[in-house]
Write a protein that binds this ligand. Structure first.
Ligand SMILES: Nc1nc2c(ncn2[C@@H]2O[C@H](COP(=O)(O)OP(=O)(O)O)[C@@H](O)[C@H]2O)c(=O)[nH]1
Ligand SMILES: [Mg+2]
Length: 343
C-alpha cells in the first residue's frame, strides 16, 4: 500500500464517465500533477472508451466489477508516491460481505483507504423526492459502510491512524435545473447534505469535539462536476423509478471541475501523513486486529503489519519532503470544494 483512493457509488451515478475523464486529464497532466499507469495496457484500457465518448459521443457502456490499478503520481515530473486506484463499478455496496467476495473486498478497501471518492448524481438529488434520491444514490448504504469501517472505530479509541477524507462528487451538474445552479449551487448543496446527512452529522460531531479526537481526521467536502460541460448535453427523459435520466451528448465534452476531488484527497493526505509519522506499529496492530479475518487478509496481502507500517512511514516521509510544492496546488482544490458541514 501507498496512497489509496477508492471510488464508489450507486449504479448510473456517473462513476465510469467521471473516472474516464479524470484519468484522461491526469494522464495528460494538470496543474503540475500527472499520473503514469504501471502497466501500459491500463492507460489504453481507460483511453479507448474515453475516445469513443469524445469522438463517437457514446456514453460508456455499463460496467461491472472491481478494478484496481497502480499508478505513480508525479508532481513537476518528480515522483511523489505510488497510489492504488480502486474503482467499484458494480453493485458491491448493496451486498452483504458474506454473500460476495467483491463486497468483502470493498470493505477491506474502505478500511485501508486514505480517501474515498463518492460519486452521486446531482440531477437525481435535485429532481427526485428525497427518499428516492437516498435509494438511488445509495447514500444510506455508503454511510453504513463508512460507519462500520472508519467511523465507529474512531469513536472507540482515538488512534492517529484513523480518519478518512471524503470527497463527494456531484455529477451531471450541467443538466441541473437553473434553481439548483444559482447562488453557487446553494440549493444543490443543501439537498446533497440532506441526502448524505449520516456522513454530515458524523463529521459535524467531530468538529464540535474539543477533546483530543482530531477533527481534521475527517475532511469532507463536495463539488459539482460535469464531464459533458455546460450546454453540451440535454435531458431526453428525466427518468422514473429505477430509471435515471436519459441524456444525449450534443457537442464535444468540456469537462468541468473533474480533477479537484482527487487533488483534495492528496492534499488532505499530506496532513494525515504528518500523523502517520507519529503512529506506532502497535497502534496499527491494535487497530487491524479488530477486523474480520477475511477483511484483514485482503488488507495485508501477504505482508506483515510491520511491513505495512514501514510502507506507510515511507510515504509519509516523501509527502513531508514535497509538502511546500504540493501544498500550492492542493490549496486551490480546497478552495474549490464546499465543506459537507453547513457554515
Ligand atoms: N448530462 C450529463 N450526463 C452524464 C454525465 N456523466 C454521466 N452522465 C449520464 O449518466 C449515465 C451513467 O453514467 P455512468 O458513468 O455509466 O454511471 P455508473 O453506472 O455510475 O458508472 C451516462 O450514460 C449519461 O447518460 C455528465 O457529466 N453530464
Ligand atoms: Mg459504470
Amino acid at each position: 500500500m501507498s496512497l489509496k483512493v477508492t471510488l464508489f457509488g450507486g449504479t448510473g451515478q456517473g462513476k465510469t464517465t467521471f473516472t474516464l475523464a479524470l484519468l484522461y486529464q491526469m494522464a495528460a497532466g494538470i496543474d503540475g500533477f500527472r499520473i503514469e499507469a504501471h502497466d501500459t495496457d491500463t492507460a489504453t484500457k481507460y483511453l479507448n472508451p474515453w475516445r469513443d465518448f469524445v469522438i463517437g459521443r457514446k456514453w460508456p457502456a455499463p460496467t461491472m466489477g472491481r478494478r484496481e490499478d497502480t499508478f505513480s503520481l508525479l508532481f513537476n515530473n518528480e515522483f511523489v508516491t505510488e497510489f492504488q486506484w480502486v474503482d467499484y463499478q458494480g453493485g458491491a455496496i448493496n451486498i452483504p460481505t458474506d454473500e460476495s467476495d467483491e463486497a468483502a473486498q470493498l470493505h477491506a478497501d474502505i478500511q485501508e483507504s486514505n480517501a474515498v471518492i463518492i460519486v452521486a448524481d446531482a440531477f437525481t438529488i435535485a429532481t427526485r423526492p428525497r427518499i428516492e434520491a437516498e435509494m438511488l444514490t445509495s447514500s444510506t448504504y455508503i454511510f453504513n459502510l463508512l460507519n462500520n469501517y472508519k467511523f465507529k472505530e474512531s469513536a472507540r479509541d482515538v488512534g492517529l491512524g484513523n480518519g478518512i477524507t471524503v470527497a463527494l462528487v456531484l455529477t451531471k451538474a450541467d443538466i441541473l435545473p437553473d434553481e439548483f445552479k444559482v447562488n453557487n449551487y446553494q440549493k444543490l448543496f443543501d439537498q446533497a447534505r440532506d441526502v448524505f446527512r449520516g456522513v454530515v452529522s458524523f463529521v459535524e460531531e467531530q468538529r464540535a469535539h474539543t477533546s483530543s479526537l482530531r477533527p481534521w481526521l475527517y475532511p469532507a467536502a463536495m463539488i459539482p462536476v460535469s464531464v459533458a460541460g455546460e450546454g453540451n448535453a440535454s435531458v431526453v427523459d428525466p427518468g422514473a423509478g429505477y430509471e435515471l435520466a436519459t441524456v444525449s451528448l450534443n457537442s464535444p465534452p468540456e469537462p468541468i471541475n473533474i480533477h479537484y476531488p482527487f487533488l483534495y484527497a492528496i492534499g488532505n493526505e499530506l496532513d494525515r501523513s504528518a500523523l502517520y509519522m507519529e503512529e506506532q506499529e502497535e497502534e496499527l496492530e491494535a487497530r487491524l486486529s479488530k477486523l474480520n479475518r477475511n477483511v484483514l487478509n485482503r488488507i495485508l496481502r501477504g505482508r506483515t503489519i510491520k511491513e505495512l507500517h514501514a510502507e506507510r512511514q515511507s510515504v509519509a516521509e516523501k509527502l513531508g519532503e514535497l509538502e511546500p510544492k504540493i501544498r500550492a496546488v492542493t490549496s486551490v482544490a480546497n478552495k474549490k470544494m464546499r465543506s459537507m458541514i453547513p457554515s
